[in-house]
Ligand binder design. Structure first.
Ligand code: GP9
Ligand code: MN
Length: 650
């Protein structure tokens, strides 16, 4: 060992130290890993080393002449990986996965967002590379022993050291977080414990092995999932009956919206904390606030999306299945068989369409929608998009609503439509002419700009209602507005705390994942419903209101009007919320206090939560719905508007 160290120019070790220290600084500052005990400090110090040292041994085994160049390439590569994660983390508080990198199309569209996430100081991040280059070429002269190509044998002490560090790292990580490698959806903990580099290697391995389940999957796996779903339902009914709970008139609202057009509004980045609130003394969502009085409003409704963002929320709503923990199902499993809501609606006599003012290929929608059974996908090409009526990500929401109603007028009724809004998207850019309220004033420009764009979206929904009324569509339609996912990430906790006038603790962070769900049925009475609910529950709830009883569907959500439903929402990272508690990370919080619970409020749910996420994953990874009766009965999917579906980016 001593020999290796002394026989190598010191500068090689300096380079290693640069990368090591840089990784640690980034982990603490950019990734905001807090250190709660000495164990965590040791893990943080150890975990970058195995991969760095291993790459180092590889370089030492190359011809002497090549070593310096390779070392610089390696240094640049590591810095690039680290920096890409920093930029991604700044927006999503998450780490890059391989499926994400494969979403090429989307990366182009992310242009304007990326600009806001990168700043001049970031150049400092790469400063060690030119310094290392100078040192490597100059210091060569001062080395005392000649450089050489190292043999495996000579390097064996170094390998020994790598193994030792790895064992120490994994053992300590296991103490910190049991079952670390089986809970792969908890990326924060994975990176915190394994280190960013080992995490990427682990992620690559997951990626390679993830295509295997489909090959070996068979019908019995689907039966297993269906058994679980049926058993859960029965267990809960028995439990409730034993408790002598009175069965309510669950059929009350059954079929109340029968035969009506269905109009979904996917409200981009709309969080629930703005509802019935003000900024600078002005209402943020005046139209929605009024609408709620005459609508079914679910006041504790959570988004359950993950890396697939908007597309994940669409997936949840259409299929009542969980999205993937890594990447977006819209990309990774777009050729699977699904028995999605548009398909079901089509079978029930509806014309189905999704409408979006952006490119059809964005989020791979044009491909995935074929499996969802949409009759038509209206994209950018179907709208009059000009420089004046666009901002940021494309067509502004008000002209989008106006033109969308025009499209609806061309559709056979009843129709089922999905309107995807866009203006309230990070970085929340808005022209002065569309500012109905002023920006907020805090240290987060993102949060400051969020309020006026939310206000603009509210105005666009008002416009939708006006247009529907003017064109005689309103009375025959049911309008469902839902927030797709959060718009303000935890990076803005300080500013958010200032706005909310309370500290944004992990408990509050999860509370902030609530998004609005507003179901408006003209003529029906309004009600604010406080049951704990999530996007996964929308599909069965909607079928209930439409009076549709669908057979042979494999879904995890529940009809929110059913008294037999257990109040439980499972988030994609394994956290969950019940009527009494929130399970976050590894801590169970009492909802009444927002503090860690003193009694075991979460224990009885933990196993079910894991099982449910795993079963849902098995459906997606094994493409299990291809074995389902409903799919087998289906005619082969025919794309009516092939041109629209296959449209490429412009
Ligand atoms: C674009 C829109 C935004 O098509 O759905 O996607 P997001 O970045 O929010 O997932
Ligand atoms: Mn979105």
């Amino acid at each position: 060992m001593k020999q290796i160290i002394s026989s190598k120019p010191l500068v090689f070790w300096v380079v290693l130290a640069f990368l090591w220290v840089k990784t640690i600084i980034v982990s603490l500052t950019e990734f905001q890993f807090s250190l709660e005990n000495v164990n965590q400090l040791i893990i943080l110090l150890l975990n970058p080393l195995p991969v760095l040292l291993l790459a180092f041994t590889f370089i030492l085994m190359q011809k002497e002449k090549r070593q310096t160049g390779l070392l610089l390439i390696f240094m640049s590569l590591i810095s690039a990986i680290l920096y890409a994660n920093i930029v991604y983390y700044r927006e999503f508080t998450d780490f890059i996965t391989i499926p994400l990198l494969l979403m090429g199309n989307n990366i182009n569209d992310l242009g304007s967002s990326v600009q806001t996430l990168v700043n001049g100081y970031d150049l400092l991040f790469f400063i060690d590379i030119p310094i290392a280059a100078i040192l490597l070429y100059k210091w060569k002269k001062v080395r005392n022993t000649p450089d050489e190509k190292y043999s495996f044998k000579k390097l064996s002490p170094l390998y020994g050291l790598i193994i030792l560090i790895t064992i120490a790292n994994i053992s300590l990580a296991n103490i910190e977080r049991p079952e670390l490698l089986t809970r792969t959806f908890d990326r924060d903990l994975l990176v915190k414990n394994l280190g960013i580099y080992s995490y990427h290697i682990y992620d690559a391995q997951l990626h390679i092995t993830s295509s295997v389940p489909r090959v070996f999957a068979n019908e019995s796996e689907l039966e297993e999932v269906n058994d679980y779903i049926n058993e859960e339902a029965i267990d809960y009914i028995i439990k409730e009956d034993n408790e002598d709970m009175e069965k309510s008139e669950e059929k009350d609202l059954f079929g109340i919206a029968e035969g009506k057009n269905v109009i979904f509004v996917a409200a981009e980045s709309l969080q629930d904390f703005v509802i019935n609130e003000t900024v600078n003394g002005e209402e943020i969502t005046p139209f929605l606030n009024d609408l709620i009085d005459d609508s079914l409003y679910f006041e504790e409704f959570y988004h359950q999306s993950a890396q697939g963002k908007s597309s994940d929320s669409e997936f949840l709503i259409a299929n009542s299945l969980y999205p993937s923990a890594r990447g977006a199902v819209f990309f990774t499993h777009s050729s699977n068989d699904y028995y999605a809501m548009p398909e079901v609606m089509k079978e029930n006599g509806y014309y189905t369409a999704s409408l979006h003012g952006n490119n059809g290929s964005f989020w791979n929608r044009n491909v995935m929608y074929e499996q969802f059974g949409y009759d038509r996908f209206y994209t950018k090409d179907d709208y009059n998009v000009t420089e004046e009526n666009s901002i940021g990500w494309g067509l502004k929401d008000i002209p989008f609503m106006e033109q969308s109603v025009d499209h609806m007028l061309d559709m056979p009724q009843p129709f089922y439509t999905n309107l995807i809004t866009l203006t309230n998207h990070f970085p929340f850019d808005l022209g002065e002419e569309d500012m109905y309220i002023d920006r907020y004033d805090s240290n987060s420009n993102t949060l400051n700009k969020y309020f006026p764009t939310v206000r603009y979206m509210d105005e666009s929904i008002k416009e939708l209602f006006n247009e529907l009324k003017e064109n005689g569509l309103y009375e025959d339609s049911m309008i469902i507005i839902y927030g797709d996912h959060n718009g303000i990430s935890t990076n803005h906790n300080k500013a958010m705390g200032q706005y909310l006038d309370k500290e944004v603790t992990p408990f509050v962070e999860v509370e902030l994942q609530q998004v609005p769900l507003i179901i408006h049925i003209p003529g029906a009475e309004g009600e604010t419903i406080s049951t704990v609910s999530g996007q996964i529950d929308v599909r069965p709830t909607l079928f209930h209101l439409l009076g549709l009883e669908i057979e042979n569907q494999t879904i995890f959500g529940n009809n929110l009007f059913s008294e037999d439903r257990e109040e439980l929402v499972i988030l994609r990272n394994g956290d969950f919320i019940t009527d009494e508690a929130m399970f976050i990370g590894n801590t169970c919080y009492d909802k009444t206090t927002g503090e860690p619970a003193e009694t075991p409020l979460c224990e009885s749910y933990k196993e079910k939560v894991q099982e449910e996420l795993q079963l849902s994953d098995s459906i997606i990874q094994g493409d299990l719905l291809r074995f389902s009766e409903s799919i087998k009965e289906q005619q082969p999917i025919q794309s009516i508007n092939k041109n629209t579906f296959n449209e490429q980016e412009h």
